[in-house]
Design a protein around this ligand. Sequence first.
Ligand code: ZN
Length: 200
Amino acid sequence: MDLSRTELEEAGAVLAAESGRFASFGWMRGTSGNLSTVVSRDPLRLVVTASGHDKGELGPSDVVLVDGAGAALDGGTPSAEAALHARVAALTGAGAVVHVHTVASVAMGRRKPGGIVFRDLEMLKGVGQPAHDTEVTLPVIANSQDMEELGDRLAQARDPRMPAVVVAGHGLYVWGATPRQARHHTEVVEWLLEFALTQG
Ligand SMILES: [Zn+2]
């Protein structure tokens, strides 16, 4: 696929801005986490934040174009986790994926390895669910350094009503139609996790 330098940098500027915001929340410490946005659906192509950079200091060119397997197409080093971003985009139809290492996701993943259940919370509306009379489970999957294995676990565990999965001992994957919606979903899911953490 031909993605011009300008198009790549436009996507990069969006991801850099999103990344700066997540970093300011303390959710991307020490270069952890990564963001992606889908730039082509068929064939699947994503722009992903480059590996190893401080996520509070990304510029528009600190991104890599990857294919549906998370492999770099134009040089650069994507995060190893780019493969999982691509898998999530293929699986869910999402246009953007957020991966952050938050304390609440790791703490709750440890407390509830079988999944974290939410009910009767107004904030559930933020992920498109009714606030009452419904129970929504945020799945928790075991961590792996093998992105294919992790992708299989995510595919099996995900609940279409919840645009997120916790990876135990690791962090959170969240997705949405656009980078903005993915960010809103991340903020809501993180709120739910932080609330759950206060519940003993
Ligand atoms: Zn990670």
